[in-house]
Write a protein that binds this ligand. Structure first.
Ligand SMILES: Cc1cc2nc3c(=O)[nH]c(=O)nc-3n(C[C@H](O)[C@H](O)[C@H](O)COP(=O)(O)OP(=O)(O)OC[C@H]3O[C@@H](n4cnc5c(N)ncnc54)[C@H](O)[C@@H]3O)c2cc1C
Length: 381
């Protein structure tokens, strides 16, 4: 059921859905089994704007609103968790901070390239081997000014898209004093000497979305590659994550929708005790709970995206929507496997993959515990 979408948003949803059904969903199993990123679909997606969701048209993007961005990621999540995560990270982490904080020169240089489908994608990394939730206190990657350059040294972890990106925005410490004004975002082109991208991590799911450790050894980039203000990296990262959390919630929602569809189809077809298993109330309740929770998650995500479009504060709503949608997706995928019985545990059926893909969503872009911290802080205020 559609929230009160306007005509443009409805058309957009239809266009993206048809694209995903034709180009993304049919390859979801293959990308999972072969660990291959679906470049073919992603390049084609550039033509309909999927690579420049928040990028203004003057830089080659689609420049759609936050609700439409959420819809696009939801549809991608419905088709393939891996492709959805890659494009959520590209749009939400890799390009969004450049659009919002980047200099005109950086925007003109990079945004048309990464939004066209002709170049590679974009990435952002804050996480390090020893620092994830605690980016303010934990980041040790340093960027120092030497002449006209920033010189970066450090180790980063879990960078989605690193090997398929034109550049990585590296959240680095630019002030040894620590504190909330000691981090900055610096754009590092992936062909810069000294930037090493490790082979893809072997993960539980999302096999078609490459994730890498990245090390920086005396990496020189011009001072102009600072994204936004020096010392405002923490603030800029947290603001970026607010939007990213809507995207992770949207992938969760799409995965849950796909799992419910699969469970419904199976329940109507599979017979036990002389009738379709959909007739058993025990399973009907699982289906009813899934449909209800999906509806609720969608409303929460639309609300957070709507607040963002109104330029109103949405940190708490984004955290609530991400928390609920990601935990909901896991429940729905779990029950979709249960409804499939033994076949649900087989790779022949898609619900097994959806369950593995959904597992990341309560961890990436802030764990469920971190979302609860954000929500508790607002609730106690
Ligand atoms: C597939 C994948 C893709 C990713 N992509 C990116 C990316 O593109 N860019 C990027 O920068 N990062 C990325 N990440 C990293 C991800 O954002 C982090 O893994 C996540 O933020 C958690 O950090 P951590 O793994 O260091 O866990 P930790 O911070 O070490 O947390 C470990 C546990 O402690 C809990 N915890 C920590 N602090 C508290 C607290 N104060 N109160 C209660 N509990 C707490 C956590 O909730 C968790 O359960 C990715 C991770 C994965 C797995």
């Amino acid at each position: 059921m559609d929230f009160d979408l306007n005509e443009e948003q409805r058309m957009w949803k239809k266009t993206v859905h048809e694209f995903v059904a034709a180009e993304v969903q049919p390859k979801a199993r293959e990308v999972d089994e072969t660990d291959q990123f679906n470049w073919e679909a992603v390049r084609k997606g550039g033509a309909i704007g999927l690579l420049g969701l928040s990028i203004p048209e003057e830089y080659g993007g689609a420049g759609v609103d936050s609700i439409s961005t959420m819809i696009a990621i939801e549809e991608l999540g419905w088709g393939c968790g891996s492709t959805a995560l890659a494009l959520a990270a590209h749009n939400g982490l890799g390009t969004a901070p450049l659009v919002k904080y980047g200099s005109e020169e950086l925007k003109k240089k990079w945004l048309p390239l990464v939004s066209s489908g002709k170049g590679k994608l974009a990435a952002l990394v804050m996480t390090e081997p020893g620092a994830g939730s605690d980016i303010q206190g934990g980041i040790t990657c340093r960027a120092e000014k030497v002449g006209n350059d920033w010189v970066l040294n450090g180790a980063k972890m879990w960078c989605t898209n690193a090997s398929i990106a034109e550049y990585i925005i590296v959240v680095s410490r630019t002030d040894r004093g620590g504190g909330s004004r000691s981090l900055s975002m610096i754009l590092v082109p992936t062909d810069t000497p000294g930037l090493h991208i490790a082979p893809p991590e072997k993960k539980m799911g999302l096999h078609g979305s490459p994730t890498h450790a990245v090390t920086l050894e005396n990496v020189h980039v011009p001072l102009g590659n600072l994204v936004g203000e020096e010392g405002r990296g923490l603030h800029q990262t947290l603001a970026t994550l607010d939007g990213g959390r809507i995207s992770i919630g949207a992938i969760s929602l799409g995965l849950a929708e796909a799992a419910l569809e699969a469970a419904l189809a199976y329940a109507k077809e599979r017979k036990a005790f002389g009738q379709a298993i959909a007739n058993f109330q025990a399973l009907q309740w699982k289906l009813a709970d899934a449909a209800t929770e999906i509806e609720l998650a969608r409303s929460m995500l639309y609300k957070a995206a709507w607040l963002k479009d109104q330029n109103r504060p949405y940190t708490t709503e984004a955290a609530m929507a991400k928390l609920f949608a990601s935990e909901m997706a896991e429940r729905v995928c779990y029950n979709a496997i249960q409804i499939h019985g033994g076949y649900g545990y087989s790779r022949e059926y898609p619900v097994e993959r959806m369950y593995r893909d959904a597992r990341l969503m309560t961890i990436g872009e802030g764990t469920s515990e971190v979302q609860r911290l954000v929500i508790a802080r607002a609730t106690l205020r």
